[in-house]
Design a protein around this ligand. Structure first.
Ligand code: PBG
Length: 323
């Protein structure tokens, strides 16, 4: 029985009806806010390619954290920008490193806010790659040692969850083993399971100074063309002990989010990455898009595709609109 009996516009006529039949709803509960932390005191530097986002020193990060908590956002994810970088990213697993101190400060002052840490050495290596380099190659198994050490120092600093983003094979199992051995059996892992070699990370690399100094990340991050391979990556991370799996970037990979949601019982996170944020910001600044509407529509689409959690630089703006 079709038209004229069926008229789908009937339930679109009033905001009341639209509210009643709305299938997907965003909530501040869905959001995780990524933050960049730097050395020093009272430092707040706007990131040129990410208007409205800042590199913060630990003292200001703590203030920011209480604002975020007050907005009803359940958690943040921290990225450290160290003063010194070297070939193996040792500043990343220094127990007194920038992220380790930041985690401790936030947990001391804003204990109710969940602090997730990004586990990857690229922000700490002088070559900018996510792994140990030898003869121009990114070594997998040697990198696992760095990741184990890094995750452990994050846990010891008080992190609520660790999130490996390097795309080395076997890192989830390696980190799980390390954490369990040290008594952190209850600490969850959110695996950046399907992370694509994307151009949309460019503003982040500018923010973190982590652009590769030679080559690119295609030998470890995924080929954008591959959906089945993404599902293998996700399945492996589940097997290795991930508690949450992530797809990244989000908007150009909604099909991967939807496939993950339909095949996996774990919570699915999606990362609306820096380039996705900056595109909307730039278009809004030029007067070509309405910023709030573009933000909410993109976040809603990511949720509709199946993401339970969304990591987004829009978290605060979105949470304000959702209250
Ligand atoms: C790696 C990491 C990256 C992002 C999150 N974790 C950068 C990369 O792979 O180059 C990108 C996030 C974004 O673009 O917002 N530590």
């Amino acid at each position: 029985m079709a038209f004229p009996i069926q008229r789908l516009r009937r339930l679109r006529q009033h905001e009341g009806f639209r509210r009643m039949v709305r299938e997907t709803r965003l909530s501040p509960d869905d959001l995780i806010y990524p933050l960049f932390v730097v050395e020093g005191q009272n430092r707040r530097e706007e990131i040129a390619s990410m208007p409205g986002q800042f590199r913060l020193s630990v003292d200001l990060l703590v203030k920011e954290a209480s604002e975020i908590e007050a907005l009803g956002i359940p958690g943040i994810i921290l990225f450290g920008i160290p003063d010194r970088k070297d070939a193996k990213g040792t500043a990343g697993y220094d127990p007194n490193g920038i992220v380790q101190r930041a985690v401790k400060a936030v947990k001391d002052h804003v204990p109710g806010l969940m602090v997730v840490t990004d586990v990857c050495i690229d922000e700490y290596t002088d070559h900018g790659h996510c792994g140990v380099v030898k003869d121009g190659r990114i070594l997998n198994d040697e990198t696992l040692d760095c990741l184990r050490a890094m995750a452990l120092t994050h846990a010891q600093a008080g992190a609520d969850m660790v999130a490996p983003s390097d795309m080395m094979d076997g890192r989830v199992a390696a980190i799980r083993g390390e954490l369990d051995q040290a008594g952190f059996t209850e600490l969850p892992i959110m695996a950046y399971a399907a992370k694509f070699a994307s151009c949309f990370y460019a503003p982040f690399r500018d923010a973190a100074g982590s652009s590769p100094q030679f080559g690119d990340r295609q030998s470890y991050q995924m080929d954008s063309a591959n959906r089945r391979e993404a599902l293998r990556e996700i399945a492996l991370d589940v097997e290795e002990g991930a508690d949450i799996i992530m797809v990244k970037p989000a908007l150009p990979y909604l099909d991967i989010i939807a496939a993950a949601r339909s095949q996996i019982l774990l919570p699915v996170a999606a990362y609306q990455v820096s380039g996705e944020y900056s595109m909307i910001k730039a278009a809004a600044k030029a007067g070509w898009l309405d910023e709030s509407r573009a933000m909410m529509e993109s976040l809603l689409s990511i949720k509709r595709a199946g993401a339970d959690l969304i990591l987004t630089y829009f978290a605060k703006d979105a949470a304000r609109l959702l209250h």
